[in-house]
Design a protein around this ligand. Structure first.
Ligand SMILES: CC(C)(COP(=O)(O)OP(=O)(O)OC[C@H]1O[C@@H](n2cnc3c(N)ncnc32)[C@H](O)[C@@H]1OP(=O)(O)O)[C@@H](O)C(=O)NCCC(=O)NCCS
Length: 196
């Protein structure tokens, strides 16, 4: 496992740690309907949201994606235990699994930014943090999100029938995607590199 360094280049995106100023920029689009429509955290309170992004839990990762001076996206990666037997004395399952999520400013969609951002989160998870597995979930109707996950080599592992509550649409189907570290080796491009 290596120390995380910032910024990182991910295709056209520069990934940086959140600052209050950059988060204020995100807040100009974070609560728009095009963003909240398929998120679990729908409309957020600006102050609480900004605080959350500035005080990420130890070991977790919060990044903002820039194109020039514009913050075009947010990405997060959280680390948790995998399922595993506790009685053997081994803790290989401990903090072995990551979850990830991302958003892209509606004004900047359709350029592959989510694909670059999600791929960079996988690189951090596997190449830097040495995780065993990463998963991500989405509403089944969130086609742009699952298409991005499939583009970076993630596998649809679960189709949950009406397992996901949507505030306006009620119970909807959800998908869970997953990828293992050994699978990531097969799809990892050279484009995600630390720049300093
Ligand atoms: C889901 C979301 C992140 C997708 O953002 P995006 O940047 O538009 O997604 P992508 O990276 O997949 O790019 C979209 C399109 O750009 C195209 N594209 C253009 N240049 C590209 C490139 N260099 N590489 C890859 N795709 C490219 C792709 O073909 C893709 O279109 P397609 O899926 O119809 O083929 C965005 O819609 C969003 O923020 N939604 C609300 C929040 C959300 O749902 N988050 C996920 C929660 S699970």
């Amino acid at each position: 496992m290596s120390e995380l360094s910032w910024p990182r280049q991910a295709g056209p995106l520069s990934l940086r740690r959140p600052t209050p100023e950059a988060l204020n920029q995100v807040l100009t689009w974070r609560n728009s309907p095009e963003v909240t429509q398929w998120l679990l955290s729908t409309t957020v309170d600006p102050d609480a949201w900004r605080e959350d992004w500035l005080t990420v839990q130890d070991g977790d990762v919060a990044v903002l994606a820039f194109v020039d001076d514009d913050v075009v996206g947010t990405g997060s990666l959280w680390v948790q235990d995998a399922m595993g037997q506790r009685h053997t004395g081994h803790d290989i399952w401990s903090r072995a699994q990551g979850g990830m999520a991302y958003t892209i400013d509606p004004a900047h969609r359709g350029h592959g930014y989510a694909t670059h951002l999600a791929r960079a989160l996988l690189s951090i998870a596997f190449d830097d943090l040495g995780l065993h597995r990463v998963t991500a979930g989405c509403f089944a109707d969130n086609t742009p999100s699952w298409r991005a996950m499939e583009r970076i080599g993630m596998r649809r592992e679960q189709h949950g029938v009406k397992d996901s509550w949507h505030a306006e649409l009620g119970w909807l189907d959800g998908y869970t995607y997953g990828i293992l570290r050994e699978e990531w080796g097969a799809v990892s491009p050279d484009e995600v590199t630390a720049t300093e």
